[in-house]
Structures are given as C-alpha cells and as structure tokens.
Design a protein around this ligand. Sequence first.
Ligand SMILES: N[C@@H](CCC[C@H](N)C(=O)O)C(=O)O
Length: 280
Amino acid sequence: MNQNTRPAALSRSSGVPFIKMHGAGNDFVVIDSRGCVHDVQRELVVLMGDRRRGVGFDQLAELLDSDATGVDLRLRFWNADGSLAEACGNATRCVASLLFEEDASRAGLKIQTPRGILSAERREDQIWVDMGAPLFGWEEIPLARPLDARALPIAGQPDAVSIGNPHCVFFVEDADCARVEELGPLMENDGLFPARTNVEFVSLVSENVLRMRVWERGTGVTLACGSGACAAAVCAYHRGLTDHRTKLLVDGGELEVDWCHDSLWLTGPVCKVFSGMFLP
Ligand SMILES: N[C@@H](CCC[C@H](N)C(=O)O)C(=O)O
C-alpha cells in the first residue's frame, strides 16, 4: 500500500497496539482508541483481520471515549469484512474483563454501544453482560416486510429476532448435522433481511441445554456468538423448549444466558491471548 494512501490510523509511526482475546473461541482484536486523535478506519480492520497477512479475528472491538454521563467507555464493533455491527456479546464480555482487571475495586460498568448502554457486572469469577431486551418487531430486526418474526414463512420456519443486531434462528433436530457453511451465507444475504443477518442452528440437548452452531454476518463460521446465544435462548423460551436460564454448547465452549425482567444476561469464559503492535 502506498504510504500516501494510508488511512490515519495506519500512519501511526510505531504501529497500532492491540490485545488479542477470545470468549469461548469467538476471537477479537481489541484496540484502545480512548484519548486518541485517530480512530480505526475500515481499511485497517480489513488488513488486521486477514488471518494470513494480518492478525486475524472474528471482530475488532474498539474502545472509545464516551461523553454520556455515568458511562465508562464507548465500544465500536467491526466484523472481519470491515462492516460495523451494532452488538457483540462476547467482545463486550472480553472488554469488560479488561476493565475489571484494570481496576479491581469496580463493582460494575456502563458500556455505550450502538445497541444502547449495557451494564456489566463481576459476580465471583464470572463477568456478566446485560445485552438488553430482545426485539421482535419486523422493522426493528429489520425484516424486508411486515411479517411475524416467530416462524418465518420460509423453509425451516426460523425465528427472527434483534439483540441490537439481527439473528435468524433455525431449530433443527441435530445442530451438529446442520449445513452451516452452505445455509449460513444464503440466509445472511437473503432479501428478507435487508441489513443481512447472523444465522444460528440450534437443537435441544437436555433440560435447559441447547447446542448451537453459528454463521456470523460479516465473518462466517465462528466458534461462538454471544448475541447469537441470547437470540437462541430467547427463541427457545418462546417455543416452550427452555426456561429463562439456558446453557449453550457452542463449538468453542459453553455460554450461559439468563433472561430476567427484559434483560438478557450473558456469561462465559474470557481469555487474553497476547498483545502486540500491528505494523501495516
Ligand atoms: N460475535 C458476536 C457478534 C458479532 C457481530 C455480528 N457478526 C453482526 O454483524 O451482527 C457476539 O458475540 O455477539
């Protein structure tokens, strides 16, 4: 790339500092742009997201200053294809764990996201994030036309729901047999979802335990998806399959969702892998 055409964030002479993290295998690059003149641009996201030539990630989470009162920070989520996402449950959990680590005396956090202001709490050794209330209105998801989001009139009759970001949830006999790589991109780009969609394949394993595999909008197959877990849990509840508290077995581990009083609380493992300097 010609030096003159580099976006501002790429011309930081000493490179771009980052932390690599994952939550149940859903992996992230975290960049702290708080107090910085330059924020992250799409070109940097795509370069860093390349798993061979860059660092590689499912999402890049960018920490920004917030001017809202009582809020600790603002988060912006980028998918590996350079698109922006309104919500990312696992990245929010990872960033919250960094902030709790920074200041052990913090009891809770308020994090501004495009989905709204989310709360994070540390309960014993687990970080919980409140992903807010699910939205089922066709214009909220959004769907292309007025439809009942529960059991869409297409093959497989999936449910649609927004957790700030769009999800299309298929309940199947055995999620392990679902053709995620084939059906995922087809649904992601189906005209029914004008903003594209994340796609989950879910089956009931035992009481309040779901198996979930996921195709993420703007990324592809991932090992876990926090907002997807919330979407699956809430749709399973509506179908009478589960109670308000659900465990989700994903390819990268286990997530847990507790739906109480219009709050979808999400938890699961978080891991800091390494930190580095990206030299574009
Ligand atoms: N990994 C995420 C979801 C990331 C955003 C998604 N791909 C989208 O475009 O909406 C999670 O943990 O929620």
